[in-house]
Write a new protein. Structure first.
Length: 144
């Protein structure tokens, strides 16, 4: 058993940095409670990349709650506010992405049930390799 200890330590030393690269943390994830018969909701949070590589978020899912989820950005042009889908959210190493009202946000579409205050909704954010980059537990809160 003592022979394997240095091998295990060496393997962990070599593999652990790769596992930690691109690691995202999530701060304050929340979803405003939906009005009756809402067809779309929004999701907000702050994502921070603690890794050494750029994290590229290209998709999200919460299959038991929503038909699909897209990343959107709100923009104002010529005095009109519009939302548009973005296909890629890049978070450089050591940087954060703030998903908030009036800016970047998740667009939670085709709800399968109506979330109410206090519900916890699990959302998976997927990277450009189709892997889960981070699992988010978003709380449904009263509308501001």
């Amino acid at each position: 058993m003592q022979i394997f200890q240095p091998i295990i330590t060496l393997a962990f030393t070599l593999i652990a940095p790769a596992l930690l690269a691109g690691t995202l943390t999530v701060k304050d994830p929340w979803i405003p409670e939906a009005p009756p018969n809402a067809r779309m909701l929004a999701g907000y949070m702050e994502l921070h990349n603690h890794g050494e590589d750029v994290v590229r978020i290209v998709d999200a899912r919460a299959e038991s709650w929503f038909g699909n989820i897209e990343i959107h950005i709100s923009e104002t042009q010529d005095g009109l506010s519009r939302m548009r889908k973005i296909d890629l959210l890049e978070i450089p190493p050591g940087q954060s992405a703030l998903l908030q009202r009036g800016g970047l946000h998740l667009m939670l579409m085709r709800p399968k049930r109506s979330p109410t205050v206090g519900d916890q909704i699990t959302i998976e954010l997927l990277d450009d390799a189709g892997q889960v980059a981070v699992v988010v537990e978003a709380e449904v809160r009263p509308r501001p």
